[in-house]
Design a protein around this ligand. Structure first.
Ligand SMILES: N[C@@H](CCC(=O)N[C@@H](CS)C(=O)NCC(=O)O)C(=O)O
Length: 216
């Protein structure tokens, strides 16, 4: 097979992050959906990336297979550039975009996933204190982000970047776990701006048939 293949699932938050980058540039790729009730798709993901996490990008043009969303998005910007430049050029802007990307992944996404995965655990293996701590972490993150995002159009300033690709799925799902829109106006406006983006509308429309699977 030639070209780009993305191992993904339409409901997966980290897959949204890469899909947004691909859709921003209208980069051609073949989606390969991984479903746990299709063992052959899970085996294909495992063969691509031993950690069995998605998304994974396979580039048959260059013989490269990549995990990790931030790395995939940067790789796309280098080898398949378009009008969307996820990594800013100015030194300060680069730092801010990378910092915000890390905060959305490691704080917001991790907090959200901890609560969601706890609901999926067997009854005798739940970690309710861990979920309580994750909810508290999300509230702390909302206050920090509310102050940081105020006065900005996008997460790292005036341009839509890698940080916004990370922000959208993490904030969108976190809001379903610990709602923030009524008491964090700057963050709420920011998420509304993200939702208006055509790339994001497309991601949401493609995920919509699967929303009933989300346990939150
Ligand atoms: N740091 C990774 C996180 C990827 C990740 O956690 N993906 C989730 C789906 S949203 C996954 O594959 N979970 C399955 C598992 O952990 O077994 C990235 O940025 O790509």
């Amino acid at each position: 097979m030639a070209g780009l293949t993305l191992f993904y699932h339409p409901l997966s938050s980290y897959c949204w992050k890469v899909l947004i980058a691909l859709y921003e540039n209208e980069t051609p790729f073949t989606p390969y959906q991984v479903d746990h009730d299709r063992p052959e798709s899970v085996a294909a993901l495992r063969e691509a990336w031993a950690m069995e996490r998605f998304p994974v990008l396979r580039d048959d043009n260059r013989g490269v297979t990549l995990p990790e969303t931030s790395v995939i998005i940067e790789y796309l910007s280098i080898h398949y550039p378009g009008r969307f430049a996820p990594i800013p050029t100015g030194a300060d802007d680069v730092m801010e975009a990378r910092l915000m990307d890390r905060l959305f992944d490691t704080v917001v996404m991790t907090g959200m996933q901890t609560v969601v995965f706890n609901t999926l655990r067997p009854a005798d293996a739940k970690d309710d204190y861990g979920a309580y701590q994750a909810r508290a972490l999300l509230k702390k993150a909302y206050a920090m982000l509310e102050a940081r995002i105020a006065g900005r159009t996008w997460a790292a300033g005036d341009a839509f970047t890698l940080a916004d690709c990370a922000a959208m799925p993490s904030l969108w799902y976190a809001d379903r776990i610990v709602p923030f829109r009524s008491d964090h106006p700057a963050l709420a406006d920011y998420l509304a701006r993200l939702e208006e983006r055509p790339s994001v509308r497309r991601v949401l429309a493609e995920a919509e048939p699967y929303f009933a699977m989300f346990p939150g």
